[in-house]
Design a protein around this ligand. Structure first.
Ligand code: CTP
Length: 423
């Protein structure tokens, strides 16, 4: 019996896939199809599959061509599979010509002609073309523009004619967010806005209601929330492996030349509270909830007039846990995240907010576990994918709940209302 194996993502199964599967089957007597998992696809740079692994698996199954279907989860699995299943022929489409020649050491490699004129990418691009306009000149806006190139189905437009775009990315100073968001929502546009979304909780609540009434997405753009490692960290922390969480401590600092000097020009520069506060508060609220019992803000202001804090420390007290954040644009500290539990802790080395790696550590070091997940583009491209999916009404909505956004706005508001202790 000649055993054949082939691999693919098979997103939005199309005619080209079916032809490939038929040709692969015709090469032998028994066909195994490896469907690539979402995580493995991400490491290969395929970030916006429209269908989940389960949906893709059942689509391949429904063709009735495969004798066996497996999931491809890691680099190097092909060699393992070829050995494990005693494969005679490995095959893929000719778009991969040459790439799998190394498998010749294990079995015969056949590149099959690729069907012209059809691909999952084309179908995805046709079914959703979200035109996004970037508002505001902050540097992050530029990054979003560049990263959008990796997300098919979303394109950047410079036109300010409301007919020409469906969504906006807001990269203005935080004080301007409210007016910009309101305008965009009233124009019927979806909004992805840098955090803090508003500097008053009531403003956010109003915007949230407008978005809900008009069935529009209003999403909080904290890129860390979209990194795979960070999402896994939340899951691991909540799994109970480190016991009960008793403390979350996050530090975010960036020291830019000139910012710390008295009399420096603060125009167009975000204070530490807005630049770093939301990111640092994210794991606190996502792990411990938003119902803290009390908090205290200690700040070192460089400019009182502009309310520019060079360093701020916030302590939160929850029913059964504590948390702290230290944020600074005019001071430097180790930018790490530690989640303390009753059985062990999670440690994320600096800069934790761009994390691709974390460790779960225990008293007995031999029990320690390390986790690594590739991160491309600081998480921004995943954020745009999540935003696009939320717009399409696909179930996977954006990763930051309204409660968390609201709590961030509320802490920011207290800071702006002077509820801090100055040092
Ligand atoms: N394939 C093919 N003809 C096409 C499209 C895909 O023969 N028109 C083959 C590929 O060569 C591969 C398999 O189908 O062996 C699975 O491909 P996959 O990457 O899932 O499909 P694409 O449509 O190429 O997806 P994308 O556009 O996302 O790259």
């Amino acid at each position: 019996m000649v055993k054949v194996i082939t691999y693919g993502t098979f997103d939005l199964l199309h005619y080209g896939h079916i032809k490939l599967l038929e040709r692969a089957k015709a090469l032998g007597d028994y066909l195994i199809v490896g469907v690539t998992s979402d995580d493995f696809d991400k490491t290969r740079g395929k970030i916006n599959n429209q269908q989940s692994l389960i949906e893709r698996l059942s689509a391949v199954k429904s063709t009735g061509i495969a004798d066996e279907i497996i999931v491809e989860e890691y680099e190097g699995q092909k060699v393992d599979d070829i050995r494990r299943y005693d494969i005679d022929i490995f095959t893929v489409g000719s778009d991969w010509e040459g790439r799998f020649d190394y498998l010749n050491d294990f079995c015969k490699v056949v590149y099959l002609p690729r069907t012209k004129g059809v691909s999952s990418s084309d179908i995805r691009a046709e079914s959703r073309k979200i035109r996004m306009r970037i508002i505001g000149g902050l540097k992050t806006g530029e990054k979003v523009g560049a990263e959008t190139a990796y997300v098919n189905g979303v394109e950047i437009t410079d036109s300010d004619n409301t007919e020409d775009y469906d969504a906006v990315y807001i990269a203005t100073m935080p004080e301007e967010h409210y007016a910009e968001i309101k305008k965009a929502l009233l124009d019927g546009k979806h909004v992805l806005c840098e955090s803090p979304v508003a500097i008053k909780r009531t403003d956010y609540n109003e915007l949230k209601e407008i978005a809900r009434e008009k069935s529009l997405i209003l999403a909080d753009a904290i890129k860390t929330a979209y990194s795979t490692a960070y999402s896994r960290l939340l899951a691991v922390a909540k799994s109970g492996i480190i016991g009960e969480i008793v403390s979350v401590d996050a530090v975010c600092t960036s020291l830019r030349e000139g910012v710390g000097e008295r009399g420096a020009n603060f125009d167009g520069k975000q204070n530490s509270m807005c630049a770093w506060g939301p990111t640092a508060m994210l794991p606190v609220f996502q792990l411990l909830g938003t119902e803290y019992k009390s908090k205290s803000i200690v700040t070192k202001l460089i400019s009182k007039e502009k309310l520019f804090d060079g360093f701020t420390k916030i302590d939160f007290i929850f029913e059964n846990a504590a948390a702290s954040i230290r944020i600074a644009k005019a001071a430097k500290a180790e930018g790490e995240l530690v989640v303390t539990g009753t059985k062990g802790y999670i440690y994320v080395p600096a800069p934790w907010w761009k994390t691709d790696y974390f460790e779960v550590r225990f008293e007995n070091q031999t029990d320690n576990k390390r986790f690594f997940y590739q991160l491309d583009g600081d998480g921004i491209r995943y954020e745009i994918v999540a935003f696009a999916k939320a717009i399409e009404g696909n179930k996977r909505s954006c990763n930051i709940s309204e409660d968390v956004t609201s709590a961030i706005c509320s802490v920011t508001e207290d800071f702006y209302n002077g509820k801090y202790l100055e040092i």
